[in-house]
Ligand binder design. Sequence first.
Ligand code: SF4
Ligand code: SF4
Length: 175
Amino acid sequence: MQLTNRSKLVVNKELSWSEKLYLPAIFSGMMITIKHLFRKKATIQYPEQKREFSKVYRGKHILKRDEQGRENCTACGLCAVSCPAEAITMVSAERKKGEEHLYREEKYASSYEINMLRCIFCGLCEEACPKDAIYLTEELMPANYDRSNFIYGKDKLVQPLGTSAHPKTYKPYKK
Ligand code: SF4
Ligand code: SF4
């Protein structure tokens, strides 16, 4: 009795003379290979070639500075609270006298870290920020072999001085 209607009866029939030669099968296999040589490639030569991203693509974060070069972030923690992946941690500090040129608000983040292995690039931190401080840019997250290198601190997140202030036109800092 058959347990399913998808079962197939296997017939162990003798190979014909032409099938025993294997040449037709090899030829038809070669034809399939040759046909694929002239097809449009599905892959590209990254990083020389890059695909155009969607307009709403969200990549690596940037902690923005204002037009005077001061850090916008006031360490209010709203981004961390809104993050569904609990990827953001920070330590706040009071701005001291003489540091007005470094930090825009009286409070700032002395440490700010994003665990990029947790981040799902949803953009909720950007939405939650009341200080125009965090944005997701079009920059790709580079691959790495070490998990600890995916903890991005202020050294990798704060907008380098002298670069474009607009997050979508932000270009990575080249050393
Ligand atoms: S993009 Fe989303 S997951 Fe990533 S840090 Fe921001 S809120 Fe968290
Ligand atoms: S990035 Fe924005 S929301 Fe997050 S701590 Fe700084 S000011 Fe607050």
